[in-house]
Design a protein around this ligand. Sequence first.
Ligand SMILES: [Zn+2]
Length: 793
Amino acid sequence: MGAPPTRPADRALAKPRRRLPAAVAALVALLAVGAGVLLDLSTPAPRPASAPADEFSAARAYRNVEVIAARPHVAGSEANDRVREHLVGTLRGLGLDTQVQDAVAPEAGQLSGAAGGATLARVRNVVARLPGTDPTGRVFLVSHYDSVQTGPGGNDDAAGTATILEVARALATGPRPRNDVVFVLTDAEEACLCGAAGFAADHPLAADGGVVLNLEARGSTGPVIMFETSRNNAKLVDVFGRAAPHPVGTSFAVEIYRALPNDTDFTAFLDQKFIGLNSAYIDGGAIYHTPLDVPARMDRGSLQMHGDNALGLAREFGRTDLGDLRAGHDDTYFPVPGGLVRYPGWLTLPLAVVALLAVGALGWLLRRRGRATAGTLAAGVALTLVPLVVAPLGAWLLWTAITTVRPGYAELLDPYRPVWYRLAVVALAAAVLLCWYALSRRRVGPAALAFGGLTWLALFGVLLAVLVPGGAYLTTVPALAGAVAALTALATRRDGPWPVVAVTLAAAVAVVILLPTVVLLFPALGMGMGAVAALVAVLLGLAALPVVDLLHPQAGGQRGLLALRARRLGALPATAAALAAVVLAGVGFSVDRFDADHPVPTHLMYALDAGTGKAAWLSHEEAPQPWTDGYVDRSVSVADDFPGLGDGELRAGPAQAASLPAPKLETLADTRAGDQRTLRVRVTPQRPVRLLTLHVDTTTATVRAASVAGREVPVKAREGRWGFGIVFHAPPPEGVEVTLTLATTGGGPVNLRAMDASDGLSALPGFRARPAGVGVVGSHSSEMLAVARTYPL
Ligand SMILES: [Zn+2]
């Protein structure tokens, strides 16, 4: 009675129930597409030990996982010798020509910035060859068989190693491939990628390069992602899409991976001009490098996926002409249900520009049709910044709040049971988007907001095409699909079915492209960077705004009381999402408690100066856990006392001196010519150790040249007293010979500081065992026991 009259057509459309069926149909369609996407990312069922001989069986591979990862087997340890014997025996048992490459090898890439010198290791790689019938080159299947010192490496990388053994079995029992297939099980990956570097640079089978398939695991579950390729990957990606039964991989992952501080053996091969693909499963990262990385925690579905893909790729690269694989460009590629989409990377920028033009055309047409004004369109673009900023900020605040209440999360890559938290972040992003939409819609209308969302997607597309081309598809393709759908909607009857069909199809494209990214970004970056996943979730929501709009009554069709009711209805989805975010975060918090099976990680090491008899407990924890707090009480830099431990700030506390010998330093030769002095020394550990370091006091001499075990090493000094140093992993018991060519200052003695490190603190005086619920941080210095001494020569 009190409501002003409206046109009949508007009134009909204004009734929520007329739009509700359309909204429900569109949402059901999108949910079905989303389910298809998630199904595509799931792992296959593990095949039993009775599977046919030419197939990959996770059950058969898992038997080797149990042998390889029975205990920690760091490079140079006796446990690692046992693993190597098992690998050699298994490969020889398959009739393969199997050798051990025993060498001293330098690190790959630039890993040891902290050492201020050179890093090397004594490595023993297991190399087996299946000769091809008419080879055009070599295919290398690579994984590392050493583990970290803190855990048995049940996944990292017993998964890759056992996969290769099972693939070798399947290949050796079937018809011989055309190309040589070489199985390379590397040593000392965890220490310095030295095994892979030594193989790639020095092994005769590596002399002509070839195609490398590197297999890794940085977690315990999830789909195997092909996350890194060599440059100019078009033909490799083509083979991957055709020959991998579960081709999950995206050119965006390559860009993400470059921004992360991880490295794998693959780097060592790329340094030596090999080409290839790098694959890993990465979910369940809480156990990464910890004592919990045991075989029993492995998802056999992930193992099956590793094996299916590795075997499919080994067969295909085994018959392909390998001389033909170096295409001239990179591809953009991403997974879609049922396969891999790829297009040439050079299309990225033109496509981004086309998407921007299409969105521009949409804006022009919206104005012409009177659906928006220049002012509302500009407001739509400006307002869209709000969810783009607020949702990531909200995700960051949520995680900051959770880690404040539960500080143990700080040392974890990801929580043990992260799924509730991930869903909470997605719900939070949805709440921000829906709330923002309900509020802004009244001011500028749905058309201007849809335009605003597409504008940002298209702009990001251009930006990414220039800066991160492998990721440009993420926003370019949804922007293009959205613009085409909106133009189609404008060209058809407003009350007919086609506008709804068109915008639903465009939203489906966004789901296919962006949902896998949201799902995979969480494990890739961890909850600490959940904000990035929240941002991608908002981008997905922006691409789907016209479908979201169906949840609201028709724009401009209601006045007075009806409008009030409409507002209440419009607020419903946002309220539901906000509630879901709170509930999910709460469930996550109560489900993911620390207990004996899911311990709070702590970091502790011990350092002894055998010269002064002073010892200290040290920890990397910035805000120490209660257990660690019993050992450390202040912040120190150990750069002057233990240069082998790096120069960052550590937490420290006093410790009793253990009666442990420092490495012995003997002078083998000492010659002087003018101000130049050449020192040949041998550093010998006096106990079983994992690594050895030797640093030169650069206030007493400048290092001109250095060689370690007969190998020249680069001379790059760093700031501070111990400006040049050598780190040697897995030193042989007879010690390591180092030759230093020095320019002496003054004529006084030259100070050398030798340190070695073993693992395990339990035998130390004053050490109290961790109670249940307290665990070990998966770090390369956890549980390290270092002994150092200065030798004036
Ligand atoms: Zn590792």
